[in-house]
Design a protein around this ligand. Structure first.
Ligand SMILES: Cc1cc2nc3c(=O)[nH]c(=O)nc-3n(C[C@H](O)[C@H](O)[C@H](O)COP(=O)(O)O)c2cc1C
Length: 200
């Protein structure tokens, strides 16, 4: 009885994995993201459901202020001076060859903690796939900055969707029907990526 249940379970799990097309490949995938109001986190979790791998939320040694105006001012100053905020999260990159990198648009740029991550981790020869949420103004220079900070990586087509508008008090927006919409777009994007991310 136990053996037959075990066989059924193995069958179920392997069927699910091959449906995703990422079978036996998840050990080498890292999903790392920055998120303040959880929109990018929700997208990261959806990618994770589809591709597996290790899901890591980027944390800072000194967290940003809760107040929106204060964080906007601090990020603007960090962008102006090129300050790279120290990270609490340190990742050993050795076992990964594919990195999904998620972040919101901040000040129409790549958030300083993501600049820190790319500067302080060796991603040479890894496949890097950016994904983003924003308040409707798009990715700004963020994807370009990923390319310039990671010139020896293989960067694939990124994914970006509208998330929250914290300025207007709209925090987590990727929920309910919007979450269903985003999921559809995301699955379509992952389908296009699949042949490029699966290595034999
Ligand atoms: C400091 C800061 C700056 C922002 N700057 C922009 C911006 O320039 N353009 C934009 O579209 N959204 C901007 N936003 C909004 C976020 O990109 C948007 O709400 C995103 O979905 C938040 O992701 P999160 O919930 O994962 O933190 C900014 C938000 C913050 C906190």
């Amino acid at each position: 009885m136990i053996v037959s249940r075990l066989i059924f379970l193995i069958f179920l799990v392997s069927g699910w994995c091959s449906a995703q097309g990422y079978e036996n490949k998840t050990d080498n995938i890292l999903l790392v993201y920055l998120s303040r109001t959880n929109n990018t986190k929700v997208v990261a979790e959806m990618i994770h459901e589809n591709v597996g791998g290790d899901l890591v939320a980027l944390e800072l040694k000194n967290p940003y202020p809760q107040n929106y105006k204060s964080i906007v001012a601090q990020v603007a100053e960090e962008n102006r001076t090129g300050f790279l905020p120290p990270l609490k999260t340190q990742i050993n990159m050795d076992k990964y060859d594919t990195v999904f990198l998620g972040f919101p648009t901040w000040g129409m740029q790549l958030p300083p903690p993501i600049k820190s991550f790319l500067t302080r981790h060796d991603l040479k020869d890894k496949t890097v796939i950016p994904f983003n949420t924003n308040a409707g103004y798009g990715i700004g220079s963020s994807f370009r900055t990923v390319e310039s900070l990671c010139s020896d990586c293989n960067i694939l087509e990124g994914f970006s969707v509208t998330g929250g508008i914290e300025r207007d008090g709209i925090y987590l927006a990727i929920k309910g029907n919007r979450k269903v919409e985003v999921k559809e777009l995301l699955v379509e994007w992952l389908e296009k990526l699949k042949p490029l991310t699966i290595k034999n």
